[in-house]
Write a protein that binds this ligand. Structure first.
Ligand code: ADP
Ligand code: MG
Length: 618
């Protein structure tokens, strides 16, 4: 994630006519829209004066769609038609969704693509469509407040969102009639809201505890450039878990039993949530549930939630370790998400990082406010040296499969985007006229442990000997984190191109698991890579000798031929095993055994060339 100064040529601000631009925080629990007014980022409220729009969509039998609080409140009476936390589904595949299991109590159906569809009373809806309903409401709110059609919006996404999730978010915006000026990582937006981009340098921790998810991001700022050092978190930890802890306490205290209907369960959770939120401002609250009433002190509440807060701190320590920094390097900790209002959370975070976290800006608005600032800049409403454009980094390495199922990394993880990288490849076989390119994402050395993003073919390569063709492959990641790949054979100019739009995404656990595995398996991978390389070497040699024997086998007598064949058979055998050193030794032996044959071939070739010239001369 980086902030880099770029001048955008086509953005000529007309000071008399600011373009209407908004920042949108499309959250799992709540969404927000904000804009810059008179130079100040400001959140926009609905008619009732509420800023947060519950990220809930209800498809009604009558054909209407309601979004927000009303939809959320119907979740217990109409569970299949009230979609909550759709952000957990966007850009994900059917398999990812199955893993979410209980958290997503909807009826899924697989559509034409691998996108899961949610069965509702109004038919099957994709997560993109559901998200678009939320965005539509925010767009209308923005247009009403600003008095005109929007020029565009900056929409925030979690830093770990992959290509598919980002693309799906953009699609949702398009469906909602919003022009996306840029997708922006949530932690970067929070840092911008605090003006940290104007700070000289330092390491910034963004601690984001929302309704259902916890994210921690570690950013480094150097000379106006932010980069993500690491991300971490827990996609099943948030304010909802604090609610459950309080609800369990109520059940225990009141003895009301655990056999609750879904409606009773919802009421209980609402009571619990209200108590929790009240305790952020008071040290004791009156609790009422059914006939029972009691008192919950902050100290008792703290004891209930302590293990949950501790879990978030463990993820923080892991992220610090992953970032390769020391605690002393950290210059600021930014608090994001409604749940960071809980005093115990603030205390523990302060103790963990040994510094006072930044909490001045409302933690549930800070992301939208940062996005609004960015939108204002991108819409061209600011002139002069404040024209900072944000750049991000790609969260996982992108590469190509090469011979032996190995991954050649083209763009390493945490490279600042947009970025374009080029690498040359060549053909492995004589006369090869097509080349299959397999684009993968991940940190491991072997293809099978990485995620496959796309496959495509470069055809029409003129036949040449192995190694003569020069295939230039370019990976390009745009500012929104979307990848396109092109391949060109530079002698003939044959070219091909793909936009990589995977049909489903990776979960954040999958990302951190892949990173962890790559660290855990670094040694294994290095060995496996060495073995593969040696095997590829052996296969190449076998192929070369085979071609040569086919062409010029008559240069050897039957005894000599048998000796060569024997060594070849031994090499074939060694290559099938997994003793790297044995393969290397046998490669040597084959080279020795074919040495004489190779020099005779050379002579023969020279003679033929000579003979040819004589013929020409005649
Ligand atoms: P998300 O980013 O997941 O959409 P938010 O940042 O809006 O979520 O946070 C929502 C969570 O914040 C909810 O669990 C809500 O109960 C909690 N929350 C909001 N206000 C308070 C408060 N005063 N004290 C404690 N928790 C709060
Ligand atoms: Mg949030």
């Amino acid at each position: 994630m980086a902030l880099v100064q770029i001048v955008e040529p086509d953005r000529q601000p007309d000071p008399s006519q600011p373009r209407l631009a908004v920042g949108i925080d499309l959250g799992t629990t709540n969404s927000l829209v904000a804009t810059v007014r008179d130079g100040q980022p400001t959140p926009l409220a609905d008619a009732a004066g509420r800023f947060a729009l519950a990220s809930a969509v209800r498809y009604q039998k009558c054909g209407g769609v309601s979004v927000g609080r009303d939809a959320k409140q119907c979740a217990s009476c109409d569970p299949f038609n009230c979609i909550l936390s759709v952000k957990r589904l966007i850009g994900r595949g059917v398999d990812d969704v199955r893993q979410l299991g209980q958290q997503m109590p909807y009826r899924f159906r697989t559509g034409d693509s691998k996108m899961p569809m949610i069965e509702t009373v109004q038919g099957a809806k994709s997560p993109v469509e559901v998200s678009a309903e939320i965005l539509k409401v925010l767009r209308e709110r923005g247009e009403q407040a600003l008095g005109g059609e929007l020029f565009g919006a900056v929409i925030t996404v979690p830093a770990y969102f992959d290509d598919a999730q980002r693309q799906a978010t953009k699609d949702a915006a398009k469906l909602a009639g919003i022009r996306v000026l840029r997708l922006l990582n949530e932690p970067t937006a929070a840092a911008v809201a605090y003006g940290l981009d104007r700070q000289a340098e330092g390491v910034i921790v963004v601690y984001d505890l929302g309704g259902g998810t916890f994210d921690v991001s570690i950013l480094r700022l150097t000379r106006g450039v932010f980069e993500v050092l690491s991300t971490g978190g827990d996609s099943a930890l948030g304010g909802d878990d604090l609610d459950h802890a309080v609800a369990d306490w109520i059940v225990e205290q009141s003895g009301c039993g655990t056999d609750l209907s879904p409606a009773q369960q919802r009421t209980l959770l609402r009571v619990a949530c209200d108590l929790k939120e009240a305790l952020s401002g008071q040290t004791v609250v009156e609790a009422h549930y059914g006939d029972w009433s009691g008192e919950l002190t902050r100290a008792a509440f703290d004891a209930l939630i302590e293990p949950l807060v501790a879990r978030s701190l463990r993820a923080c320590r892991r992220a610090v370790r992953d970032a390769g920094i020391e605690k002393e390097d950290i210059s600021a900790v930014v608090m994001v998400g409604g749940s960071t209002r809980v005093p115990l959370v603030r205390e523990h975070v302060a103790a963990q990082f040994e510094c006072q976290p930044l909490t001045d800006i409302d933690p549930d608005k800070v992301v939208a406010l940062g996005a609004a600032i960015q939108a204002d800049i991108l819409a061209g409403n600011r002139s002069g040296n404040t024209d900072l454009l944000l750049l991000d980094v790609n969260p996982l390495s992108l590469g190509l499969e090469t011979m032996g199922e190995l991954v050649e990394k083209i763009i390493p993880r945490n490279t600042t985007i947009p970025v374009s990288r080029t690498q040359d490849f060549t053909t492995a076989r004589d006369g090869q006229t097509a080349m299959a390119l397999h684009v993968v994402q991940g940190e491991r050395e072997l293809v099978r442990y990485c995620r496959s993003l796309a496959r495509f073919e470069l055809r029409g390569i003129p036949p040449m000997v192995a190694g003569a063709a020069k295939i230039r492959v370019t990976f390009q990641v745009d500012a929104d984190g979307l990848l396109s790949v092109s391949a060109k054979e530079t002698r003939s100019g044959v070219e091909t191109h793909v936009e990589v739009k995977p049909s489903y995404g990776l979960s954040d656990e999958a990302v951190s698991r892949m990173l962890e595995e790559s660290l855990a398996h670094a040694e294994d991978d290095r060995k496996a890579r060495g073995l593969r390389e040696q095997q590829v070497n052996a296969e190449r040699l076998l192929e070369t000798v085979r071609v040569a024997l086919d062409a010029d086998g008559d240069l050897l007598n039957s005894q000599e031929r048998a000796a060569v064949d024997e060594q070849l058979a031994l090499l074939r055998e060694a290559a099938a095993g997994n003793d790297q050193a044995a393969i290397a030794r046998q490669v040597q032996k084959v080279n020795q055994a074919t040495h004489e044959f190779a020099s005779r071939r050379m002579d023969a070739t020279v003679r033929r060339a000579f003979a040819g010239r004589q013929l020409d001369e005649i």
